[in-house]
Write a protein that binds this ligand. Structure first.
Ligand code: SAH
Ligand code: SF4
Length: 354
């Protein structure tokens, strides 16, 4: 079977036998990658038209108790500046985002013990009360079932928790021994059962990653059935043990985005900041490979440059208004229609809430 046959078959069946996925996970000739990306764009357009959804990202704390080997916010990085936003600071970000037309806010942070369940619930309630027409997405790492349930009760709608790699041995090579890939996967199933719209995902080209690990990622996602999938290239950070590792590649990331679009036609798939950092036109290229979400940064200058997961992060000196305006212009120029509605997952409805 040729790669084109495999791509057509994936488009039709949304699945392939392992050996065909593994063939597509090999570096592809240019014309096969182009065919894959075009197929993914067509499938995306069948479901979402030219619409790209915007989410306002608020990075509210750069403190983290974890020590993921790849991340600039890891606790062992004593050179990182740590800072957190208080409630008025978070509400000010939302106000700016709301003024720009954004109707989803993503509250993301390191795993910061300062933000107890009680403090986070206070924040979520306040944001939800001020902006009842907006969707609230949390991305604050691993917590207990009770914590996730409490956040849900006060208004969290969605949760992003990348599984990072579904292969547990590979997970062990990227994290200290006290962290567990299976505990992280359990959190995702838990979040889904609680009625969240759930996002998982992995870095592409992370240290020690093999094709077989990516295949495990695809199989894991089939089991989970996520509403959102966040993937981006691994990018090194100078003050981590992976400082000298090479970045994930643009083509491999675009390929994975396209494969995911063919497997999950209705999933919400961001073209991430990391992709935009790897390549100046990375986000546009992602959208032309089947992605359909972009997350402009609402974090105020002064905080944003302290939230550095990797080196070279784009837009650290931009104001939210500029960031959002530039993005909209660029996306429209590339032929997309920017939507600022809540943009819930098409398969999600309130009746899923248990
Ligand atoms: N602390 C939370 C949320 C913030 S980190 C959590 O870990 O879930 C968000 C994501 O950034 C991580 O899931 C990881 O996939 C990504 N990330 C961290 N370091 C990175 C790096 N060096 N290159 C690319 N992505 C990175
Ligand atoms: Fe902390 Fe998340 Fe970075 Fe891990 S990836 S060190 S949990 S901020």
């Amino acid at each position: 079977m040729t790669n084109r046959d495999r791509i057509d078959r994936l488009r039709k069946n949304k699945d392939l036998p392992d050996e065909d996925f593994l063939a597509l996970l090999e570096p592809l000739p240019e014309e096969d990658l182009a065919f894959l990306r075009t197929s993914a764009l067509e499938v995306c357009r069948e479901t979402f038209g030219r619409t790209v959804y915007l989410r306002g990202l608020i990075e509210f704390s750069s403190f983290c108790k974890n020590d993921c080997l790849y991340c600039g916010l890891r606790r062992s990085n004593t050179r990182a500046d740590r800072i957190r936003l208080d409630l008025p600071g978070i509400l000010a970000c939302c106000a700016r985002g709301y003024g720009l037309g954004l109707r989803t806010f993503v509250l993301q942070s390191g795993e910061d013990p300062f933000f107890t369940d009680e403090r986070l619930c206070t924040i979520l309630s306040a944001v939800k009360e001020a902006y009842p027409d907006c969707a609230l997405t949390l991305s604050v790492g691993e917590r207990s079932h009770e914590s996730y349930a409490a956040f849900k009760r006060v208004g969290a709608d969605r949760y992003l928790l990348r599984h990072e790699t579904a292969d547990l041995t590979h997970y062990g090579a990227l994290h200290p021994a006290e962290m567990s890939g299976s505990a992280r996967q359990d959190c995702l199933f838990d979040l889904k059962a609680l009625g969240y719209q759930v996002g998982c995902g992995m870095m592409v080209g992370s240290p020690y990653q093999e094709k077989g690990h990516l295949l495990s990622d695809l199989r894991f996602m089939q089991r989970l059935g996520p509403h959102m999938i966040g993937i981006g290239p691994f990018l090194p950070h100078r003050d981590t043990p992976f400082a000298d590792r090479k970045s994930g590649s643009l083509d491999e990331t675009l390929k994975l985005l396209a494969l995911l679009r063919l497997m999950f036609p209705r999933v919400l798939l961001p073209a991430t900041t990391a992709l935009g950092t790897l390549d100046l036109m990375g986000r546009e290229k992602g959208l032309l490979s089947g992605a359909n979400v972009v997350m402009p940064n609402l974090t105020p200058a002064g905080i944003r440059e302290k939230y550095l997961l990797y080196d070279g992060k784009i837009g650290v000196e931009d104001q939210a208004e500029k960031c959002c305006r530039d993005l909209k212009q660029r996306l429209e120029k590339a032929g997309f229609e920017v939507s600022v509605c809540r943009g819930d997952a098409p398969d999600w409805s309130a009746k899923e809430i248990k």
